[in-house]
Design a protein around this ligand. Structure first.
Ligand code: SAM
Length: 306
């Protein structure tokens, strides 16, 4: 299904809980505030099936809140994997519970993970995440590697005056461990979820000079056309750095449909207000045509934000 700008929906970003065990200073809350209770495991499974059938998507990313705070997370992954409709099931996590859950998640059918890591320095880590848990996350990462997750991506949100001197350390760390670094430019948090205007003004850093530096060092550069035109740099020693920078090109390349933990479907991080809730429809066992109508309304509401 394509939107008015000819952008085809190719993957789903599904928040399965708004609960979280950290207080990240930059958090965008995935752009929405739940209005009703969380979808049940059965509702999540059914919705994943319906969306795959309507949109022909084969890629899904689970997020939160913190997805590992959802008690039934392993069951959710198992159910979605057993649908045999998704080729790529991934998750973005803060990694705090990864050590305990990595093996079960892998066995349940989770293909890959992104782990948020804004600093390798305990003091800075505490400042960013409000928790003394860097060691725990590092142990979780090693465990994830041991059980077979590949690739493992580190989500590094760059912030002026906080972690802007750590880029080289993160590249080294990823190179040694075979991880991919995702360099993420800080974006402003939508007003719909409380905004972070002052924080953004103080800590936003333009990543253009860093990208130019990566361009000069890279052996190969790939543009992920189906993923918001993200640039991927293959550095010497096969080290990979991906970049996520909000811009017009980024929005024009967006192929994502978002699902909130309460069943709100929406098409943009900044426009959850244009969403449609599908929870009620799931209860009424509608025909696929009815679900398609709801999904189409949401897809039609998408337009480039920048
Ligand atoms: N708790 C999970 C985690 O830490 O990955 C999932 C939710 S978190 C909102 C998902 C991702 O959103 C994080 O990895 C982070 O990179 C990104 N993110 C959140 N707020 C952001 C902001 N203001 N600017 C850039 N990226 C942000």
């Amino acid at each position: 299904m394509k939107d008015k700008c000819n952008r085809e929906i190719k993957h789903i970003r599904f928040s399965i809980t708004s609960k979280c065990n950290l207080k990240c200073m930059y958090c965008d809350r995935e752009g929405f505030t739940p209005k009703t209770s969380e979808l049940t495991v059965d509702e999540i499974t059914k919705l994943c099936k319906v969306l795959a059938e309507i949109l022909n998507v084969t890629r899904i990313k689970f997020t939160g809140g913190e997805p590992l705070c959802r008690e039934e997370i392993v069951q959710i992954i198992k159910n979605v994997s057993n649908l045999l409709l998704y080729k790529d099931i991934s998750m973005t996590t803060n990694g705090l519970l990864l050590y305990e859950k990595a093996e079960e998640l892998y066995k349940a059918g989770l293909n890959r993970i992104n782990v948020s890591l804004a600093s390798l320095k305990p003091k800075e880590y505490n400042k960013v995440y409000g928790s003394d848990s860097l060691d725990k996350v590092l142990k979780g990462l090693q465990k994830a590697k041991e059980v077979g997750f590949d690739p493992i991506k580190l989500n590094f949100v760059l912030m002026k005056g906080i972690n802007d001197t750590e880029m080289e350390d993160l590249i080294d760390f990823c190179r040694k461990n075979g991880f991919i670094l995702q360099l993420i430019e800080l974006h402003e948090v939508s007003d719909a979820v409380g905004g972070n205007g002052e924080f953004y003004k103080k800590h936003h850093l333009d990543v253009k000079p860093i990208i130019e530096d990566l361009e000069s060092k890279a052996e190969k550069i790939i543009v992920r056309g189906s993923m918001q035109n993200r640039k991927v740099f293959i550095l010497p020693n096969s080290m990979i750095v991906e970049t996520i920078t909000p811009s017009h090109e980024f929005c024009m390349g967006c192929t994502k449909l978002r699902v909130g933990c309460d069943g709100n479907l929406f098409g943009c991080l900044y426009r959850s207000d244009l969403g449609k809730n599908i929870k009620e429809a799931l209860h009424n066992h509608h025909s696929i045509a009815k679900y398609e109508q709801i999904v189409k309304q949401v897809v039609d509401s998408r337009e480039p934000y920048y």
